[in-house]
Ligand binder design. Structure first.
Ligand SMILES: [Fe+2]
Ligand SMILES: [Fe+2]
Length: 153
């Protein structure tokens, strides 16, 4: 049975949730570890958003049923990216922790909307073959993006 796009995207969502939980568990003295885990979280989220924006959202933006929802999703990605950039340029303080919580809330909201509204609607809008092809493209592109990011890091 081929892997569909949504199985892969949901797997990313779970990985991101795990990273948030790991960061939140650290005490105030573990700034270096926090920094490391945040770097990982940032690249996970950025790769994931790029995959959705390049491969999935354009298809959903075209369909009437998912048009508005998709525009909203693009905006949510934009907001998440802004928070990620701020967090990556600021020292780890109490304020940083507060910002990370806001990021987490934004990501949770976005993931909930995708999994409860956008993906189920997408399954109605896109046919099985498109979904399977999308899954393959996502797998391929993810490997490429991961390699690029690892070289850059
Ligand atoms: Fe997503
Ligand atoms: Fe998304």
């Amino acid at each position: 049975m081929p892997v569909t796009a949504f199985t892969l995207l949901k797997k990313d969502h779970r990985a991101v949730e795990k990273l948030f939980a790991q960061i939140e568990k650290l005490d105030a003295g573990s700034a270096t570890r926090k920094q490391q885990l945040f770097k990982q979280l940032k690249s996970e989220l950025e790769i994931h958003a790029r995959l959705e924006e390049a491969l999935l959202y354009p298809l959903l933006k075209e369909a009437d049923k998912t048009h508005k929802m998709t525009l909203e999703s693009f905006e949510e990605h934009h907001l998440i990216e802004k928070l990620l950039i701020e967090l990556s340029t600021q020292p780890i303080t109490e304020e940083w922790d507060a910002k990370l919580t806001v990021l987490k809330e934004n990501v949770e909201h976005h993931v909930k909307e995708e999994e409860e509204d956008l993906f189920p609607s997408a399954q109605k809008v896109l046919d099985r073959e498109t979904l399977v092809n999308l899954g393959k493209q996502i797998q391929l592109e993810k490997k490429k993006l991961e390699a690029t990011i690892m070289v850059a890091a």
